[in-house]
Unconditional design. Structure first.
Lengths: 588, 312
């Protein structure tokens, strides 16, 4: 082959390769699939909720659509990363399902499609409800995901709470819960529960004569929990701080020398949600919401210095973080989650991830079940999703010990105790509160092709149909913030923990759930100023901390940490000015 | 064919060749030049402009004069604030390197240079971190300090031993220790090689002149002869110390505690977190740091060259 020809061939090959590389770069996000349909890329946050549920919806969509094909991609992406991608002109998907709700920058910069027209559509067909009617707490969500009150640029994805997970049967066996005794007979009779009295080692206790609620025949009866009913999710659980202390003392100072809690050292901000819940529990939901909004609408809130202050956004909104509720939350956090009884891994802030904490919890409890073990963590601070997230480890344990395999262990959420002196501005507030960490949204990146946008909307509508929502909850144990119900048959397919989570969400009389990320991110002063978008407590050295526990640890004491909480009047004025200059609060 | 026709053909051919050469040169240079224009020229100009702007929620930009500079300076000056802590840590890191590590590096390099007993083993041991990827070494160190060490110590003493990378009051010290350990090998190689360049006859002549013990030889002969290398290390280290984040990103990602922050880490974290709200302030900070550090670096270089010992 002569030299010239060789050169030509080389040039052609290089040109071809360059062309392929350029086309691949240019068409990275779009293009056609092998089936000739146009691609729609949907990126899903592959956290604890898993992804199998959406694979099924995708298959259904793709089978029925001749023009577009949904391609799923999985990545843990947060609002700031997605917005940066769009800002740079390189979004990696058309639609994102995320665990984040802080998309306000993207909304105000027109990065996302307005999905308002979906609100009047009916995901379950003509006989079903409109999407707006299906959405729970619509007003809060509307404020969060609209632009100057107009439009709906984000749909709700998850509603997952943080709490204290424990193995109920193990707690019963160890005697760490409170058992029913003769004083409970009248209440049992009133509820129509049949029982028999038994005496063992000199102690008298009551056992069920027949299965009811979450008891099986011959189970030891526990005292009622805060809901005052036998056979529900909170039976035997401590109600007050002193009862809670006694339970922790039994588990940590007994022969097992167990540790009270384990949580991720790296993600120790998970524990923040317990503080938000405790703050709401102390103040009541109404007052909590006012504190989060930095304005109490003329009503007084109790401050830690015992004064009563009406919060006014412009003049003294910064005092919102100085309420007695905020203090009590910090105190409880310090008392239980930074105590000598917590597992050593909680303090490994650079090495123990949430999955490490889950695995340690599961493996240590398996050791308890299969032999003697000491120093194990009795409770795990985790969210509704944890069991689904840890299913590989649970299955692995199940192969060695089938009694602790998937769905075999009765994991439950332990309610936080009442705090002495807790009150609510709304009279009669006695609910126990949880706070959500995962209350993220679904956004659609601005589309040029109307037909493609319509196809994306059709797909989104499919993901909120009753059937999909029910299947999602049955498979993952996690609730989505839409109105739907589960049949007895569906409930029976769920794990005990999934059912427990569902029962907690359904008991609105006794349980309050605050969506901290939503309540906070919907306030203009949060998203339109340089105020930190997430935290209310500060570290002792004046630096905002992502984790309240670390702030406490660094400060050395509750009071020292408390003295550093909040913003100065000067800082606050700047935040207010920022928000007002951008047109917020002007009509108020 | 006439002579002028030949000339014309020659000129055309010459032009074509020149054109081809130019095309070839530009085809090679174009890509890096475009990258340079975008990622250096544009970025720096944009950074300069950003330092005087503020970005609203809707993306609109407004000119705010020196406001970002004031914010940056007030945060740096605010005792206990994040930037204040970060600046102090950066200074600590640099001073530790300069005042403690550098003499140690020189001493050990001299040890290797003189081929004292065990020098080969030391050379081999300190070289290991250089052979393995720095990321792997950092992760290995993290695993040992966070997991293995607490367990070993607990097994030995029966008492709980903290994770030194997480423990308040100890974590920054641990990061500093890691920095010293890892930079040991680089410094040892450079200094011992610089010492290796010293003419054997100079050393012998010094011995004849009565300098025959270790410290006088190091002080009067070796140090002056490797002074240019020392100058380079000190000047380069000084120029970059405010931007140095050490191994903080590997250890903590963007979630490091306030007390381990350095200025370099602070800037990196803002980017890693896509914390666009602070970009204008950090642009002002970057500009300010350049304004302060550039003349100081030149001054340091000048002083070191002017007042340093003469090799002769």
């Amino acid at each position: 082959m002569n030299k010239g020809r060789l050169k030509k061939i080389t040039v052609r090959i290089i040109s071809l390769l360059a062309a392929v590389a350029l086309s691949a770069t240019a068409l990275g996000c779009g293009g056609e699939t092998s089936s000739g349909k146009e691609k729609i890329i949907v990126k899903v946050f592959n956290g604890g909720a898993g992804t199998q549920w959406i694979e099924n919806v995708k298959d259904n969509f793709n089978a029925n659509n001749d023009t577009y094909e949904i391609n799923l991609a999985y990545e843990k992406m947060f609002a700031s990363t997605i917005e940066s991608e769009i800002e740079m002109g390189t979004p990696t998907a058309d639609c994102y399902f995320t665990s984040d709700a802080a998309f306000q920058k993207g909304i105000y910069r027109d990065y996302f499609e307005d999905l308002s027209d979906l609100l009047t559509r009916k995901p379950d067909g003509e006989s079903g409800k409109t999407l707006q009617k299906k959405m729970l707490r619509f007003d809060d969500w509307k404020q969060l995901s609209s632009k100057n009150g107009e439009g709906m640029y984000m749909l709700p994805y998850l509603d997952a709470i943080m709490g204290l997970v424990y193995d109920h049967d193990m707690f019963v066996e160890k005697g760490w819960l409170s058992f029913a005794d003769r004083t409970d007979k009248a209440a049992l009779d009133e509820q129509g529960v049949s029982y028999t009295e038994k005496t063992e080692y000199g102690s008298t206790y009551l056992v069920c004569s027949e299965a009811f609620g979450n008891y099986e025949k011959d189970d030891k009866l526990l005292k009622t929990g805060k809901d005052g009913k036998f056979g529900t999710y909170d039976d035997g659980q401590p109600e007050t701080e002193s009862e809670f202390d006694a339970m922790i003392s039994r588990m940590c100072n007994g022969t097992d020398q167990a540790k009270s809690f384990i949580y991720s050292g790296i993600h120790d901000y998970y524990v923040n949600e317990l503080a938000h819940a405790m703050m709401a529990q102390y103040m009541g939901e109404y007052a909590f919401r006012m504190a989060i909004a930095y304005d109490s609408d003329g009503q007084n809130l109790l401050m830690h210095d015992k004064t009563q202050v009406a919060l006014d956004f412009e003049t003294n909104g910064y005092l919102a973080v100085k309420t007695e509720g905020a203090y009590q939350a910090l105190r409880v956090l310090d008392k239980y989650f930074d105590s000598e009884y917590i597992h050593a891994d909680c303090k490994k802030t650079s090495s123990v991830s949430h999955t490490d904490a889950q695995n340690t919890f599961l493996m240590e409890l398996n050791k308890v079940a299969t032999g003697n073990n000491t120093g194990y963590p009795a409770m795990l601070v985790e969210g509704s999703w944890w069991e689904n997230e840890a299913k590989t480890m649970i299955s692995s344990i199940g192969t060695r010990n089938p009694e602790r395999g998937p769905g075999k262990v009765d994991y439950r959420f332990m309610l936080m105790p009442d705090i002495e002196g807790q009150y609510g501005l709304d009279t009669g507030e006695s609910r126990t509160f949880f706070s959500t960490l995962d209350a993220g949204g679904i956004v659609v990146v601005k589309q040029e092709d109307e037909n493609k946008l319509e196809a994306i909307k059709d797909f989104l509508l499919m993901t909120v149909s009753d059937e999909v929502l029910r299947n999602f909850t049955v498979d993952t144990g996690i609730v989505r913030p839409y109105e739907y119900d589960l049949s007895e048959q569906e409930l029976s397919k769920m794990t005990p923990f999934g059912r427990n989570n569902w029962e907690i969400f359904r008991d609105t009389e006794n349980i309050g759930i605050i969506r901290y990320p939503i309540l906070r991110n919907k306030e203009p002063v949060v998203f339109a100023s340089s105020i930190d978008s997430y935290f209310i407590y500060m570290e002792s050295n004046g630096v905002y901390s992502q984790s309240y526990i670390r702030a406490l640890r660094n400060a050395g004491s509750v009071d020292s940490a408390w003295n550093s909480v909040g913003y100065s009047q000067e800082e606050w004025s700047e935040f207010v000015q920022d928000a007002i200059e951008q047109g917020f609060y002007s009509q108020e | 064919m006439t002579g002028s026709a030949d000339d014309k053909i020659y000129i055309i051919q010459k032009r074509r060749k020149k054109l081809k050469d130019t095309a070839f040169i530009w085809s090679v240079l174009a890509y890096p030049l475009i990258l340079f224009m975008i990622f250096y020229v544009y970025v720096n100009i944009n950074s300069f402009v950003m330092a005087f702007q503020k970005q609203n929620l809707d993306g609109s930009k407004i000119f705010i004069g020196l406001e970002n500079f004031k914010t940056f300076v007030s945060e740096v000056a605010s005792s206990g604030g994040l930037l204040n802590v970060a600046l102090k840590n950066s200074v600590k890191m640099y001073l530790l390197n300069l005042l403690i590590c550098m003499p140690l590096y020189i001493f050990f390099s001299y040890f290797l240079f003189k081929k004292y007993l065990g020098s080969r083993i030391i050379r081999c041991v300190v070289m290991i971190p250089q052979v393995v990827s720095s990321m792997v070494i950092a992760l290995l160190f993290k695993k040992i300090v966070s997991d293995a060490l607490p367990e070993i110590m607990q097994a030995l003493t029966g008492a709980e031993f903290p994770d030194l990378l997480s423990e308040p009051g100890k974590r920054f010290g641990t990061v500093l220790f890691y920095g010293i350990w890892v930079s040991f090998s680089t410094s040892l190689i450079v200094y011992s090689n610089a010492m290796g360049e010293i003419n054997e006859e100079v050393i012998e002549s010094a011995h004849i002149d009565g300098i025959d013990t270790m410290f006088p030889e190091l002080w009067y002969i070796v140090l002056p002869l490797i002074y240019p290398t020392l100058t380079t290390f000190i000047v380069v280290g000084f120029a970059g110390f405010l931007a140095d984040s050490g191994a903080l990103v590997t250890f903590y990602g963007p979630d490091g505690e306030a007390d381990v922050y350095t200025l370099g880490y602070y800037f990196t974290v803002q980017i890693l977190r896509n914390n666009t709200g602070t970009y204008n302030t950090i642009a002002a900070g970057g500009l300010l740091m350049s304004l302060v550090m550039a003349p100081l670096t030149y001054l340091l270089k000048y002083c070191m060259e002017k007042f340093g010992p003469e090799a002769e």
